[in-house]
Every structure is written in C-alpha cells, then in structure tokens.
Design a protein around this ligand. Structure first.
Ligand SMILES: [Zn+2]
Ligand SMILES: [Zn+2]
Length: 360
C-alpha cells in the first residue's frame, strides 16, 4: 500500500509499506479521504515525531474485520445508526461500513473517563491508528474501533467526514468554555478551525467577531455568519474589539494561533469575568507572562482544550449531518495522494485555503 511519510518539513515522500495484519478485535479500513490538520504543520509538534505517517482526520470503508468481531456481531444491528445519546462503545461493524475512525479512544473506565475527561485517559493517550491516516489502508485497533469509530450516514461523503475530528475539537473547546446564549465571542485566527468556531458560536446564539489578516479568510468568516470581522493588519485588535462592543470586550476569546503574542493579546480582549480559550498549544519552551493582579480583579478564566473525545465526535457528526457545519464550503482543496506534499505546503501557508484534504 502507498503511504505519505514525513521526514522533515521539506521532505514528504510517498512510500510503499505492507498492509498491516489485523488482530482478532481490529478492523482494516480502506482510507478514502484524510484532512490535513493545522497541527500537522506545526514544526515543533511534528518534527519530534518524524519520520511518521501523518493524518488523524480520516474516513474510509471497512474492508476486513478481525475474527473475534465476526463472531460477536449482534444480529439485527447491522446498518443501524449510532445512538448519539450514549457514550457506550459500539462493537458491531460489518464489512463495507463507511466510517470515521478517531486516532485515539479511551477506556471508559478510569477516573478521567468517568469524569468525561477522555483525552486524559492513559488508554486514549496510548492508542493510535496504524500507520496513520494518510495511507491507503489503516489498521483500526480494537480500542479505537469500539471506543470512537462512527458509522457515517449515507448522505455524508468521505470528504465531509474528514471534518468530524476538527469539528469535535471545537465542540469540546466551546463546551469547556461554557459558552452561553448572547455571549460575545471573539475568534482569533480564521483558518478552518476559526471558521468552525464562527459557525457553531453563531448557531448557539452568540454575537461573533472574527479576527485575521488574510482577506480571503475575513471574507469567509462574514459568509459563515460572523457579525463583524477585524483586519488586524489595519487595526489594533483590542481597540477594534472595544469599538465593536462599546468597551465591554469579549465574553469568550478563542485564541486560535499557538503563539504567546496571540495568547497575551487574547487575554487583553476579554471582558470582565470573561474566558480565554487557548485552542492550540504553544511550543514546549514558550513562556507566557501574565499579570495575576489584572487577571484576578477582572475575574478572567483561562481555559485550554486539547483534542476531543468520543462524545465530541458524535456531536460533530450530528452537526455535519444536519448542516450546522457547512462541510461543503469548508473544504477548499483536494489533492491526490501523490501530491500530498502540495497539500501540506498549502495548509502551512495559511492563506487562501481552509480545509485541505488528501483523497485516495
Ligand atoms: Zn486535527
Ligand atoms: Zn480511561
């Protein structure tokens, strides 16, 4: 099978690799589409893991199930949609099922899982699809298959299903930030994740302000429902937020970029008793300077949100299915596997593109 392997940022190769052997509880998926994540193009994040097969936003078709699964199949359940109201794992897939499969899945039993903090579960952290999402075939280990693999409704294409993971990350972030009806939400950075924040904040009744410096992205934010946008190449961010909110500032600030300057600016744009959501990690050696005096008397909450769990992916699939997230318009580019390095370059450039997917 062909895979896309990253050695360094300027060295992305298409290589051959044997199709993985599956164990009794695993599944083999023929991957059909995989999104490129902005995390995939964060040099400090990726280069420490290189060489590796990238891709954690995959969708495809189950072509083989482990022997243990065939036997355990529950009669009459084939083809039925997932029950979104339960976080119980599903263990009855069949060959030919079209699925989204998450690269991480939790145990559902540990203290973190019981609190709903699935991404802190050791099983979640240790799990992974093999060899990665940008590969013709992927092994979905039993824990991922049972814990966070979702059957796709017929009307959802493989391309659109690549948005399940990104949308789920936004769902988790907004949940953690406790967004309420009528909040003013400032979204800093209007790449695909920023645009999804805008769509969802709008859906849940917020007043939404987007900020970026790329004209294409500012325009898209207005199309996707922002009440106003700020071009930070022309205007100071905090001044503009103050102008747009009559000095009240933003109840929730979503800091998209993983850099200290943006985080610091974000804190400066929060309203009294506001919340600042760090949506992307900074580098391991970065230090953020804070004035606790100011944070304290303004009652500012700083919230982080790392990745997403099985509840979030289910909610995300629902949001895409019902059209609350416009997958069609978020995917701006598609590349065949051979041109994956172009897909990476385009994502890293962060200009006239939103979601870039690799199709197989
Ligand atoms: Zn991602
Ligand atoms: Zn757990």
């Amino acid at each position: 099978m062909r895979v896309v392997k990253l050695y360094s940022f300027d060295d992305i190769r298409v290589e051959d690799m044997p199709v993985p052997d599956i164990g009794a509880g695993d599944a083999l998926v023929r991957v059909r589409s995989c999104g490129i994540c902005s995390g995939d193009v964060m040099p400090w994040y990726i280069e420490k893991k290189a060489p590796l097969v990238l891709g954690h936003e995959p969708a495809g078709e189950i072509v083989k199930l482990g022997r243990g699964l065939e036997a355990k199949k529950i009669r009459g359940s084939e083809g039925k949609h997932i029950n979104f109201s339960t976080s119980q794992p599903r263990n009855f897939f069949k060959k030919g099922d079209r699925v989204f499969f998450h690269h991480h899945a939790p145990c559902f039993n540990c203290a973190y899982c019981k609190r709903g903090d699935h991404v802190q579960c050791s099983t979640w952290r240790g799990s992974g699809i093999i060899p990665g999402g940008i590969s013709e075939y992927a092994l979905v280990p039993e824990v991922n298959l049972r814990g966070d693999t979702l059957l796709l409704p017929e009307k959802i294409s493989f391309d659109h299903a690549t948005l399940v993971e990104p949308v789920a990350c936004v769902v988790k972030g907004l949940k953690r930030a406790g967004m309420k009806h009528g909040d003013t939400v400032l979204v800093m950075g209007l790449g695909v994740m920023g645009q999804i924040h805008i769509m969802l904040a709008k859906k849940y009744g917020a007043k939404v302000i987007g900020a970026d410096k790329v004209p294409f992205r500012l325009e898209k934010a207005m199309e996707f429902g922002a009440d106003s946008v700020i071009d930070i190449s022309r205007e100071d961010l905090a001044d503009a937020v103050s102008r747009l909110t009559d000095g009240g500032m933003a109840d929730i600030v979503v800091v998209g970029p993983g850099d200290i300057k943006a985080m610091s600016q974000g804190i400066g744009c929060a309203a009294r008793a506001g919340k600042v959501l760090f949506f992307t990690p900074a580098g391991p050696d970065d230090i953020l300077q804070l004035r606790p005096h100011d944070i304290y008397f303004r009652d500012i909450n700083i919230i982080t949100s790392y990745s997403c769990g099985p509840d979030d992916t289910k909610a995300a699939l629902d949001l895409i299915s019902e059209g609350s997230v416009d997958a069609q318009r978020l995917i701006t580019h598609r590349f065949p596997l051979e041109k994956a390095s172009e897909a990476f370059r385009l994502t890293a450039k962060a200009e006239d593109s939103l979601k870039v997917v690799v199709i197989f």
